[in-house]
Design a binder for this molecule. Structure first.
Ligand SMILES: NC(=O)c1ccc[n+]([C@@H]2O[C@H](COP(=O)([O-])OP(=O)(O)OC[C@H]3O[C@@H](n4cnc5c(N)ncnc54)[C@H](O)[C@@H]3O)[C@@H](O)[C@H]2O)c1
Ligand SMILES: O=C(O)[C@H](O)COP(=O)(O)O
Length: 524
């Protein structure tokens, strides 16, 4: 039974996929309320209120996935999650329309003083002269960050007859033209916009993007809007420009600290605010909760997720194609690690044939996870395998190569250690399954499963028989045997499989045979 903690308020209807699942138990409580049971949860669902810190992740020792029912993941320590092998997913487009509409509502309210006029009428005043506003029609709207929300906002602004200027480092001229906006530099936006709104994520680059210097470059009388994340507009600088009258008005849905109880910004009559309501509509909440519930359930049941922040994402169709190679890769990594018990500097992976047409980075991560899991204590999986490898000084590379092996598909791995190297080749045969078809230039053909014994020996009469006799004397049943050699009388290899593991004493006995060069046990 999977244990899922829903730590922030979420649409009940949206959680239905998880509530309906027979193998899931949902607990809807704040983190502080389940402090003693944190180690039990497999999945954690949050919005922006719960801070998923490294410390929380460390306390949640069974955690496999964090689902953010929304877009921004700045409340989640994604690096720490990645290091611990915890998948982080979000619901990237479920609240786009709601947030674009909220931003538009804030813009209209700002230029027409609607919140201030509302408060005035409620206090029995009728002061029409105090709230003379401006039209949006004909004004220039500068949008910084032209992703999902920025572009939906642009469509609405154009419908109102506004000129839309946009800045986004990833915006192509073509895309701007298609949407009917003008892609320009941030300097152009600052100098030419009547209203500026930010729609970027909060990152190291965007923190304070509109700060002392950039706000100083805006038109006198500019309106500023932040419905993205507190901190993109620097609050201290903003206060200075409100005090000196450079900024005419501000609309804020988000703050550097939420709730902003001690913020001086609340004292300005020309600053209008909402309590982080961009995504707070029934529709958006239903969308985001449904998206993450389905994704979390898929993940817990071993199916692919499509909106992961720290994992390569795949569609169900692609996942089905990649799954056999994903499993083969993991086993190959594991075999290499068990055969080559010495420090490794480099892992080079080569893909040939039909497998090369798939998303190979996914298979590479799986192979690395298989390799590292045999060597490190902490959880290693495809989420953190690349990071763990780098931390341990292991470089890895992948290459697509033209078909040299003759197989319809082939994965080859070359591992370089301090003193030795090791090579393995694997293929997946439809209807037959996984096969290891090469080890260190020896052609071989075995199924990578169960308990295996890899023996390097001299190709001499009686070696195989002696090994078989010792195993028989110890009542060990050999399930399969495969041998490979390059030339008569030279070096050869044997791969035997068993139904149970072999004990050390027996291995030592086999090692003592004259023509046996080395022996490795492999458990898969
Ligand atoms: N107020 C709310 O309730 C609410 C709701 C949803 C989203 N948000 C916030 O809005 C942000 C945007 O959401 P989205 O769905 O449009 O995301 P998105 O990823 O679709 O768009 C973000 C855009 O910002 C651009 N960008 C990144 N760095 C930039 C920079 N330095 N300068 C200019 N552009 C830059 C990216 O290229 C991207 O196109 C989210 O990150 C989230 O923090 C707030
Ligand atoms: O990034 C988001 O999706 C929004 O900021 C919404 O946050 P919320 O889920 O806390 O409303």
């Amino acid at each position: 039974m999977f244990q899922v903690l829903v730590a922030d308020s979420m649409s009940h209807e949206g959680l239905q996929p998880l509530l309906d699942a027979k193998n899931v138990n949902i607990v809807q409580k704040k983190v502080e309320e389940v402090e003693d049971d944190l180690h039990l949860f497999d999945a954690l669902l949050v919005r922006s209120a719960t801070k998923v810190t490294e410390s929380l992740l460390t306390r949640m020792t069974s955690l496999k996935i964090v689902g953010r029912a929304g877009v921004g993941v700045d409340n989640i320590d994604v690096d720490a999650a990645t290091k611990k092998g915890v998948v982080v997913i979000n619901a990237p487009d479920g609240n786009t329309i709601s947030t674009a509409e909220h931003t538009f509502a804030m813009m209209a309210s700002l230029v027409r003083h609607i919140p201030q006029a509302y408060v005035s009428v409620k206090s029995k005043e009728w002061n029409r002269n105090a709230f003379v506003g401006a039209e949006l029609y004909g004004k220039s709207l500068g949008i910084i960050g032209f992703g999902r929300i920025g572009s939906e906002l642009a469509k609405r602004a154009r419908a109102f007859g506004m000129t839309v200027l946009v800045f986004d480092p990833f915006l192509t001229r073509d895309r701007a033209e298609k949407i009917g906006v003008k892609g320009c530099s941030i300097e152009d936006i600052l100098a030419n916009s009547d209203i500026i709104t930010v729609h970027t994520p909060l990152t190291k680059e965007t923190k304070g993007l509109l700060g002392k210097v950039n706000i100083g470059k805006t038109k006198k009388g500019v309106y500023l809007i932040n419905c993205a994340r507190g901190g993109i507009i620097d609050e201290e600088a903003l206060i200075q420009y409100l005090e000196n009258g450079h900024v005419r008005g501000v609309a804020l849905d988000v703050f550097e600290v939420e709730p902003p109880v001690n913020s001086k910004l609340l004292e300005f009559d020309n600053v209008i605010t909402t309590p982080h309501l961009g995504a707070s509509t029934k529709e958006a909440q239903l969308n985001v909760a449904t998206q993450v519930s389905k994704e979390v359930l898929h993940f817990l049941e071993g199916k692919p997720v499509t909106s992961s922040i720290n994992l390569p994402t795949l569609t169900k169709e692609l996942f089905e194609k990649i799954q056999p190679f994903y499993q083969l890769g993991k086993k190959m990594g594991n075999i290499v690690s068990q055969c080559m018990r010495e420090p490794v500097q480099e892992i080079a992976i080569q893909y040939e044939g039909s497998v090369a047409e798939l998303e190979t980075s996914f298979i590479t991560k799986s192979l690395l996870a298989g390799f590292l899991s045999a060597r490190v204590d902490s959880t290693v999986n495809e989420v953190n395998a690349g990071m763990v490898a780098k931390e341990r000084g292991i470089s890895f590379s992948e290459k697509i190569s033209s078909n040299q092996s003759g197989y319809e598909n082939c994965i080859s791995v070359h591992v370089q250690g301090d003193h030795k190297s090791f090579e393995i080749k694997g293929t997946h045969v439809p209807n037959y399954g996984e096969r290891i078809v090469g080890i260190n230039d020896f052609n071989i053909d075995f199924i990578p499963t169960g308990y295996l014994l890899y023996i390097q020996h001299q190709d001499k009469p009686g070696v195989i028989g002696r090994v078989g006799k010792v195993l028989g004397d110890h009542k060990i049943n050999i399930a399969t045997t495969q041998v490979g050699r390059k030339e008569k009388g030279g070096e050869a290899i044997m791969m035997l499989s068993f139904d149970r593991s072999l004990d050390e004493e027996l291995i030592d006995c086999l090692k003592s045979f004259e023509d046996i060069l080395s022996i490795r046990t492999i458990d898969l």
